[in-house]
Design a binder for this molecule. Structure first.
Ligand SMILES: [Zn+2]
Ligand SMILES: [Zn+2]
Length: 339
């Protein structure tokens, strides 16, 4: 009864589940519940109609779908797709703690997958957005690792002056405008920027927070992990030196939202969801590497901006919307306020 391979043959209900999975790219248990409920309902009706079951079919409600149901469908689908170089991988969301399941093509690298269905112009824009997250808005002073729609919109064309770029794949022809980075590309229109961002969110590569900040999703962080390290970290850097991509002291996954050591040059980071268990086993709340007291108020992620006084002040003054983007930029690019 418990043997999944025997009790869960692959049938139409699994095909329907796989189809829903493919359409979304990623899925959590709570997202799967209504999908599986609908599939079970149809499946039971079919069984009854075809005379395979005498039981009067009932409508399955989402909350009746159990985690075991979900897991058995995930494993049945995983087995069915593996001959086609596809795989389902799961990872824990660094904020919600939910397990996120992603459908992965194991033969092509994640950047190639990101590029599928996107034009060269769009991909160049996506690269500029990721560069902004991990380079421009990610410094020892402020690790924001995300950006809002207005800032993304400013990246719709390649920067005119490539001198400041960090050299990720730029050619050496930096003289004329739009020369570097874009290879003659003209960039996107504002409406296209919105479309690309929405697509990235829909496909599960980006997340958009309530405050309107775009960041890499759990899926992207898992799939792009090695790529991000190669692109943004200094392989020559010594142990403990500040790096752009940092890992949680507890779970060893990338931290783009969480807490940081109050010492600017120290690399120790913790997810909010990991920190409680981490401190439970320790006598004092001090950084395990440099010994600085752990404040829990030094943030990684959008809070690095939104929890600043300047942001709160500016937000009260400007109300919703207008001026917020330049405000964030002022804060990120601004002179040092604290000592
Ligand atoms: Zn963690
Ligand atoms: Zn430290």
């Amino acid at each position: 009864m418990d043997d999944e391979d025997i009790s869960h043959p692959y049938d139409n209900s699994h095909r329907a589940f796989l189809q829903a999975f493919m359409a979304r790219g990623t899925m959590t248990f709570s997202q799967a519940q209504p999908i599986l409920a609908a599939i079970f309902t149809v499946h039971d009706q079919d069984e009854y109609k075809n005379g395979n079951s005498d039981e009067e079919p009932e409508v399955t409600r989402p909350e009746q779908v159990t985690r075991e149901d979900f897991e058995s469908y995930v494993s049945a689908v995983s087995a069915a797709i593996s001959p086609f170089d596809m795989e389902i991988r799961s990872t824990t969301h660094q904020v919600s703690k939910e397990r996120v399941y992603s459908l992965i093509n194991t033969t092509s690298d994640p950047m190639t997958q990101l590029a599928t269905l996107r034009s060269a112009e769009e991909m160049a824009f996506v690269r500029r957005v990721i560069d902004a997250m991990f380079d421009r808005y990610n410094s020892p002073r402020m690790e924001v690792l995300c950006l809002d729609g207005m800032q993304a919109n400013k990246l719709r064309t390649a920067p005119r002056n490539e001198d400041e770029e960090n050299g990720n794949g730029n050619g050496g022809n930096g003289a004329g405008e739009n020369a570097g980075g874009g290879g003659g590309l003209k960039g996107l229109k504002s409406s296209e920027v919105e479309q690309v961002l929405r697509g990235l969110v829909d496909e599960g590569w980006f997340e958009r927070s309530r405050a309107g900040f775009y960041s890499l999703s759990a899926r992207a962080l898992t799939e792009l992990r090695q790529w991000l390290v190669d692109a943004y970290n200094d392989a020559e850097a010594g142990e403990g030196e500040w790096q752009r991509v940092k890992f949680c002291e507890a779970c060893r996954e990338i931290v783009t939202v969480g807490q940081r050591c109050a010492e600017r040059d120290c690399c120790v980071r913790l997810h909010d969801i990991c920190q409680e268990a981490f401190w439970r086993t320790r006598k004092e709340r001090a950084c395990p590497r440099c010994g600085t007291g752990w404040t829990g108020r030094n943030f990684v992620g959008e809070k690095a901006v939104t929890e600043t006084e300047a942001y709160q002040r500016g937000r009260r003054r400007s109300g919703r919307g207008g001026g917020r983007s330049s405000l964030m930029e002022d804060i990120v690019d601004g002179e040092e306020e604290e000592e």
